[in-house]
Design a protein around this ligand. Sequence first.
Ligand code: SF4
Ligand code: SF4
Length: 191
Amino acid sequence: MAIVIPRPQLSFAEKLYFVEIFKGLALTIGHAFRTLTKVDTLETLDYPEVQPDLPQDYRSRHRLMQRPDGSPRCVACFMCSTACPARCIEIVAEESDNAHVEKRPKVFDIDLLLCIYCGLCVEACPCDAIRMDTKQAILVEDAREKFIIDKDSLLDWKPSDYPDHDEISQQAPGGLKHAAALAAFQSGDQH
Ligand code: SF4
Ligand code: SF4
């Protein structure tokens, strides 16, 4: 059913517009004045020396998750690259040496200059192999090709940079739960 939204009735002063424009200007100038007279209370960072502390779920640069033996959890299913609206993920698959996994990525490149940080690749992945929780959101390089990140750089992260309750991250080499996870992985209980 259609909802009728009544058009607001403007007073004579509002119809003139000038009054409203000056009210808006007064508000803006008031905020600017308060800001300039209380500089020490401004919430600013000494950027870029001090980087902002972004929340863990902020959609930032990607990483590839690792199995307990350090190999990528990715099974080269192409779901992420198919879902990617920017077509910026390039995957080349090869046969996996893990008896429980058919394929693994030989090449896994993401062009961060094309990426629109929509997170659809993360949503599409059936095995939690790709995440965007590195908090690396301010990327600066001196050449365009340096924005194409490969499999090795996507796998280059430390469990200590992620919360203790992040089970999958802590099962990676160097993580709090790595020893138990590696034992389960080597015994075949975990793939
Ligand atoms: S965040 Fe979006 S645009 Fe970027 S790689 Fe993932 S699916 Fe593609
Ligand atoms: S990251 Fe996930 S969705 Fe993308 S190819 Fe690997 S397993 Fe498939």
